[in-house]
Design a protein around this ligand. Structure first.
Ligand code: HPA
Length: 270
């Protein structure tokens, strides 16, 4: 793994000298944040040794280097999902790479189904905790001590100070928000009504198919993490109706501005 990370970095370093402070990974339909970056270089995933390639519609596949208000960032435009058939280690390989490039923070967004009856379609939820129901973990296997510890404390998977900052900004801008628990499932099926009920009962407010593997590796490697969900559909009594990936993308696209505004403002203040 160390050798593969180094080979990816060696390639990236032939193109950019950037040392991004923040890595941003955008979810389905949420890629418009790219428009707010003053871009220096774009590298396609397919060019980078050992990078997987995103196969999902709505996910591009490029690393965008640049800055937002003077803070160097790298945007992973397009992410990898477990349901695409990649291993947890493959999905999270880019996090290992950006960490070695200098990233101290990981900002994530995703589209999720809302199971809390106070939630509406298009709302945003700051993730304050998660439940990993993916049935796998990117840290399984030989631990590479240079990358992080064998046993990882997960008491604060999402940085409380960053959540506070996001809440302050949402309040200033009159953006409705929730704070909640995200449960990650492997997908690619959306949930059955019984599954939504079960997930809500176990304490989750929103469900999705990403974010948790990236978060685990970020915490393992000592990065601070901030994550937001867009509620693209509802999974509770009285609101069950058929959903499609197209619909998820449409809602995410429409609501992306709220997340963009908050992330940009957070970065400005860092
Ligand atoms: N379930 C799982 N993943 C999702 C959902 C959902 O309802 N909506 C968007 N991603």
């Amino acid at each position: 793994m160390l050798e593969r990370i180094q080979k990816s970095i060696d390639f990236i370093r032939t193109i950019t000298k950037s040392t991004p402070k923040i890595c941003i990974i955008l979810g389905s339909g949420l890629s418009s944040l790219k428009d707010y970056i003053s871009i220096d270089e774009i590298i396609r995933y397919s060019e980078i040794p050992y990078f997987p390639i995103s196969t999902v519609k709505g996910h591009k596949g490029e690393l965008v280097f640049g800055n937002i208000s003077g803070t160097e960032v790298v945007l992973m435009n397009g992410r990898f999902h477990y349901y695409e058939g990649y291993s947890m280690q493959e999905i999270t390989f880019p996090i290992r790479v950006v960490k070695q490039l200098g990233a101290e923070y990981l900002f994530l967004s995703n589209a999720a189904g809302g199971m809390n009856s106070a939630y509406s379609i298009g709302d945003i939820m700051f993730i304050e905790d998660h439940i990993n129901l993916m049935g796998d973990n990117p840290l399984i296997g030989h631990n590479i001590d240079e990358l992080g510890p064998r046993f990882v404390d997960m008491l604060e998977p999402y940085d409380r100070e960053l959540i506070k900052d996001a809440i302050n900004i949402a309040q200033e801008k009159s953006i409705k928000y929730h704070k909640g628990v995200y449960v990650a499932v492997p997908g690619p099926c959306f949930e059955t009504p019984a599954e939504y009920r079960y997930l809500a009962k176990m304490g989750a407010d929103a469900v999705g198919m990403s974010t948790v593997p990236e978060n685990i590796v970020a915490i393992h490697s000592g990065m601070k993490c901030f994550a937001t969900s867009i509620i693209t559909d509802l999974g509770f009594e009285g609101h069950f109706h058929p959903i499609s990936h197209k619909e998820v993308l449409q809602v995410a696209n429409k609501s992306a501005n709220k997340i963009n505004e908050i992330i940009i403002e957070m970065i400005k203040k860092m």
